[in-house]
Ligand binder design. Sequence first.
Ligand code: NAD
Length: 477
Amino acid sequence: MDKFERNYINGEWVSPSSTATLQVHNPSTREFIASVPDSNADDVDRAVAAARAAQPAWERLPAIQRAGFIRTVAQKLREHKTRLARRISLEQGKILPLAEVEIDFTANYMDYMAEWARRIEGEILNSDRPGETIYLHRRPIGVVAGILPWNFPFFLIARKMAPALVAGNTIVIKSSEETPLNAFDFTELLHECGLPAGVFNLVTGGRTTGAALSAHKDVGLISFTGHVGTGMKIMEAASKNLTRVNLELGGKAPAIVLDDCDLELTANALFNSRVLNTGQVCNAAERVYVQRGIADRLADRVTRLMAETQYGNPLTDPNLHMGPLMNQAGLDKVAALVESAKAQGAQVRTGGRVADRPGFHYEPTVLVGCTDGMDVMTKEIFGPVLPLRVVDSLDEALALANDSEYGLTSSVFTQNLNAAMKAARELRFGETYINREHFEAMQGFHAGRRKSGIGGADGKHGLYEYMETQVVYLQTP
Ligand code: NAD
């Protein structure tokens, strides 16, 4: 049996009860790489049962010991960085330097979450009664289900498992059907670190597997990252058991560019948003509101950067800005958004076509003359396309930026402190970046508003998403 044709349950690699499989392809070449199990409800049941059985003993370990395991795994990942990065590039298509950053960030994130072991705090509250003390404890929830997308597949394992485990939960990870192989690598290395059996489990599969996890009565928290529509289905399935959900969903981040911005910094930040991971990043700037006085110069600058973008197969060419899109559906979606914008009057400054290359490549594209009704200004693009819309004032930009069903991230580029602070006060988004690229820090709190999600990740607040409170009333004479 091929090593990828197994799940990792209760500390062992086991054959799935499902006979269905999913095929994994290289998005740079469209070539087949491997098959993995499309796990069914029985496989999920087995993984959840193992996680449930392991949880009480894991919770009883002092948090600092749980953190020790997490640190050991983090160190192991660093030792295998080159190999792991190649796997991520192979199945997801990101360029190797970015894949290496993903490994480093993953290991650093695990260390960061491990540092919370001695900092998980409760509260002591004043009672209304004589002789009584009220303690508010933070306890683990139990079994966490981590359902992953494909865009940062390796990091997202850690973003879910590190806070879950340091808090005393056990976890079942379901990798994305597009990018399951790096999760096998992660798990193999974790296995060598001697974690108690059942604390970390991996099942591969697609929608059926995710749906079975979401509807499972013994799962205490579903931590999901992915599309809005999938998040809604998960919430519906979770409602049958009133299971908690933590949903990190899509975005349509506005960037507001004022006349007095630092032009070069702004153009670079916007360029970065559209080529980093080929624009397939939930928090990246997806629509630009640029003040009239600087609009032409900004368009020229980003057009030059996008036109000079080097893209191709990351495993055969080391000098690239970006790789392919993830799959045919992603490519079709980007192409359709650009075509409909063109039909509605947007002008293509560069790009605007599916690239004539073997993989799922789309030409880096700048669109000017965009208007508010265009899909490219309202729907998540998830590709290397930058739409620009001219505005006359900060107030106009703020109103348009806030008029979105998404509420994940936002940004403003200006050298005027008053304008920056006004934007920060009035932008209704979970994150606002001022004069810098869109990318969050692990000590922040990555949380979307509106349809971008419920709850959040990272930092102290992200850790506490994996815990629930217990209030103890101690009455003494
Ligand atoms: P997706 O929703 O298609 O799939 C995500 C996961 O959900 C996969 O593992 C899939 O198998 C599973 N799934 C599918 N149907 C399911 C169901 N009915 N029940 C349970 N699970 C199910 O998303 P994707 O294409 O993998 O990821 C791209 C999306 O993720 C984008 O919208 C992006 O913005 C979002 N994203 C958000 C963040 C964030 O932090 N907010 C981070 C990364 C990606």
